[in-house]
Ligand binder design. Structure first.
Ligand code: GUE
Length: 287
C-alpha cells in the first residue's frame, strides 16, 4: 500500500509558519500583506475556490481585497481595475481567477499585471524567470507539488519524472521545476504515442490532465510516486456528487510507493503557495 502524502497537513503547517511571520512583520512594516482575488461571473467551482482562498488569507493575517464582478464586465473595465490594484500600496498580490468568460482576453489581463504582484506566477516575466532559473513568483500548484515532494523526502535528482499535461498553469511550469531539481523530465500530452510505455518508466508521475480517474494501475510500475493534480467533480452511481482526481486512486494506491489523495492532496497546497507568494511579494517591497 502506498504512503499517503497529506497535503492538508502540510498546508496547515506552512500556514502556521506564514501566520507567525506575518504577525511579526506587520508591526515592523506597519501593515499586513494584501491579496486581491478577481473573479468574474458565477462559476460555482470558481466561487468555491475563491472562498477557500479568502478564508485562508483571513486565517494567516493577509488582508483580502477580493472583487467579484458580473459576467457582463468588459475588458476595458477590468483593465482599469488591474491598473488601480497595480498602483495600490496595500495590495501585494493580485490573482485573476481562471477561467474567465469567453468575451474576455485572459492573457491580455495577465500581461497587464505588475509582475511583482503576480501572485499566481503566470505573467511572462515570472514564467521567464522560471525558465531561466532565477528567483521569482512561481505558479502556485507546481510550487505546491514541489513542496509536497520535499516534505515526503522524495529523491528527485536523476529520477524519471513524467508529467501528463502541458498547461501553462500546471504542466509546463512543473516540468521546469522538476528539471531544476535535476530530474529527467518527460511531458506527455494528447498527441503522445505509446503513453503507457512512457508512464511505466516513471519514478515520479504527475497527473495534470483534468479527466477523472484516467490514470490506472496498469500504467505505472510498482513503487512510483504518484502526484494527482486533478480536481474533477463527478456523480457516482447513486447520483451523489464527489471530487476525484485524474488517478484511479483505489487501484493505483495498491502499487504506488506514495500517492496524493483528492481532496486533501495538492489542492490545499495550491492555496498555501498563493499565501506564500503574497508574503514573498510583500517582503520584497521592504527588503
Ligand atoms: N488564476 C487561477 N489560479 C489558480 O490557482 C486556480 C485558478 N485560477 N482556477 C481554478 C484552479 C483550481 N484551484 C484550486 C484551488 C484550491 C483547491 C482546494 O482547496 N481543494 C481542496 C478542497 C476541494 C473541495 O472540497 O472543494 C482539496 O483538494 O482538498 C482546489 C483547486 C486553483 N485554481
Amino acid at each position: 500500500m502506498a504512503k499517503i502524502i497529506d497535503g492538508k497537513a502540510l498546508a496547515k503547517k506552512i500556514q502556521a509558519e506564514i501566520s507567525t511571520e506575518i504577525a511579526a512583520l506587520k508591526h515592523r512594516y506597519g501593515r499586513a500583506p494584501g491579496l486581491a482575488v478577481l473573479m468574474v461571473g458565477d462559476n460555482p467551482a470558481s466561487a468555491a475556490y475563491v472562498k477557500n482562498k479568502e478564508t485562508a488569507c483571513h486565517k494567516v493575517g493577509i488582508a483580502s481585497f477580493g472583487k467579484h464582478f458580473h459576467q457582463s464586465i468588459t475588458q476595458a473595465e477590468l483593465e482599469l481595475i488591474i491598473d488601480e490594484l497595480n498602483n495600490d500600496d496595500r495590495v501585494d498580490g493580485i490573482l485573476i481567477q481562471l477561467p474567465l468568460p469567453e468575451h474576455l482576453d485572459a492573457i491580455a489581463l495577465i500581461n497587464r499585471l505588475e509582475p511583482t504582484k503576480d501572485a499566481d506566477g503566470l505573467h511572462p516575466n515570472n514564467l521567464g524567470k522560471l525558465v531561466r532559473g532565477e528567483p521569482g513568483l512561481r505558479s502556485c500548484t507546481p510550487a505546491g507539488v514541489m513542496a509536497l515532494l520535499a516534505e515526503s523526502q522524495i529523491d528527485i535528482e536523476g529520477k524519471n519524472a513524467v508529467v501528463i499535461g502541458r498547461s501553462i498553469l500546471v504542466g509546463k511550469p512543473i516540468a521546469l521545476m522538476l528539471l531544476e531539481a535535476n530530474a529527467t523530465v518527460t511531458i506527455i500530452h494528447s498527441r503522445t504515442k505509446n503513453i503507457k510505455e512512457i508512464t511505466r518508466q516513471a519514478d515520479i508521475l504527475i497527473a495534470a490532465i483534468g479527466k477523472p480517474e484516467v490514470i490506472t494501475s496498469d500504467m505505472i510500475k510498482p513503487d512510483t510516486v504518484v502526484i494527482d493534480v486533478g480536481i474533477n467533480r463527478i456523480n457516482d452511481h447513486e447520483g451523489k456528487s464527489r471530487l476525484v482526481g485524474d488517478v484511479d486512486y483505489s487501484n493505483v494506491s495498491e502499487i504506488a510507493s506514495h500517492i496524493t489523495p483528492v481532496p486533501g492532496g495538492v489542492g490545499p497546497m495550491t492555496v498555501t503557495m498563493l499565501l506564500k507568494n503574497t508574503l514573498w511579494a510583500y517582503k520584497s517591497k521592504f527588503f
